[in-house]
Design a protein around this ligand. Structure first.
Ligand code: ATP
Length: 347
């Protein structure tokens, strides 16, 4: 059992607050991704869990044990970082065995674990090679194998795939997902890549400015962003936003159209819709097409609606050109609303 509890964790570097007060529980065997833009505090939070950084406030518990004052090696964790720290002068075997030898495990056990994890990561044929002679992708596999060989309760990963080229990234992503699910390890994974987050996570914790703004299943984060930031950060292209003026009785005017929305006392809120939830139909929002990008499976159209730029993902069979006018109707149950003051979703 390795549930991780982060309770009121804050971190201040001199006058700068990198983390406010983070509360997050990661269930045993869960795969949680910390997702956010550069500087939002993801790495700092991971380093605090790892024991490489001391929190200014709060507590970290792993498997029912308070660990925030314990050294990293006493926490039952393994780490994989972006710059994979594979020792070039050691063979692949010795790299994977490194932590096991430090623990003075019996030799047959070292051999068993190295062989097993090397097979898992498909590098069993490389065990005798020096790591300095490996490609980036192979080195990354060694780094993951080394972490898995420790049979830790918890694996922490910080952008482990970011040094790989796009194709290899895709391949390693699918592999990691399979391997980590099979290993039953609790995993925390840091990335700024939303596709990676969506594809890997049981739950995504979206971070912004030193806070977690939403922690939920990928489909929830995508469909029901708790804050405007989440809608604008997740999705490629991101959510569209239009101002909505109060007409009273829960009705709102958006680009000259009336919509039924939340009952809010605010004079103006924001209407939000994902680009794939806009479809050409009569009586829709009048959009003037600016850019047309045929992307194969669909066509991405950038257009202005009442002077606001938005994007729509449309059928690739649609014939459309810049300067055309389209009538784009939003799918009614996909419309979301945000409070411009608090930036939070209004439900
Ligand atoms: P990235 O994806 O760029 O690594 P991140 O979300 O992981 O970003 P952190 O590395 O956690 O961000 O940093 C959060 C903030 O804290 C940043 O503004 C960073 O400059 C600051 N910070 C991190 N470490 C220190 C430090 N040792 N001293 C001062 N400021 C720091």
């Amino acid at each position: 059992m390795a549930e991780i509890e982060i309770k009121g964790v804050g971190k201040t570097f001199r006058a700068f607050t990198a983390l406010h007060s983070i509360d997050l529980t990661i269930n045993d065997q869960e795969f949680v991704v910390l997702l956010g833009a550069s500087g939002c505090g993801k790495t700092t939070l991971l380093r605090i869990i790892a024991g490489l950084e001391v929190p200014t406030t709060g507590e970290v518990w792993i498997g029912g044990r308070r660990v925030d004052r314990l050294p990293p090696r006493a926490r039952g964790i393994s780490m994989v970082f972006q710059n994979y720290a594979v020792f070039p002068h050691l063979t692949v075997f010795e790299n994977i065995a490194f932590g096991l030898r430090m623990q003075r495990l019996p030799k047959p056990e070292v051999v068993r674990r190295v062989t097993r994890t090397a097979e898992l990561m498909h590098i069993e044929q490389l065990l005798k090679r020096y790591s300095g002679q490996l490609s980036g992708g192979q080195r990354q596999r060694v780094a993951v194998a080394r972490a898995l060989a420790m049979e830790p309760d918890v694996i922490l990963m910080d952008e482990p795939l970011s040094n790989l080229d796009a194709l290899l990234r895709l391949e390693m992503r699918a592999e990691l997902k399979g391997v980590l699910a099979a290993s039953k390890t609790t995993t925390i994974y840091v990335t700024h890549d939303q596709v990676e987050a969506m594809s890997l996570a049981d739950r995504i914790a979206v971070m912004h400015g030193g806070d977690i703004v939403q922690a939920d299943r990928p489909v929830e984060v995508y469909r029901n962003p708790a804050a405007r930031f989440v809608g604008s950060f997740i999705g490629n292209p991101p959510m569209n936003f239009l101002p909505a003026r109060a007409l009273g009785e829960g009705r709102w005017q958006v680009a000259g159209h009336d919509f039924v929305g939340p009952r809010s006392a605010a004079p103006q809120i924001e209407f939000a819709i994902r680009p794939e939830d806009l479809h050409p139909a009569e009586h829709g929002l009048v959009a003037e097409v600016r850019v047309v990008e045929p992307l194969g499976p669909h066509t991405l159209v950038t257009a202005t609606v009442a002077g606001v730029m938005l994007r729509a993902v449309l059928e690739s069979t649609l014939v459309v050109a810049p300067g055309d006018h389209l009538s784009l109707a939003p799918v009614a149950d996909r419309i979301r609303w945000f409070d411009p003051e608090t930036q939070k979703a209004i439900t």
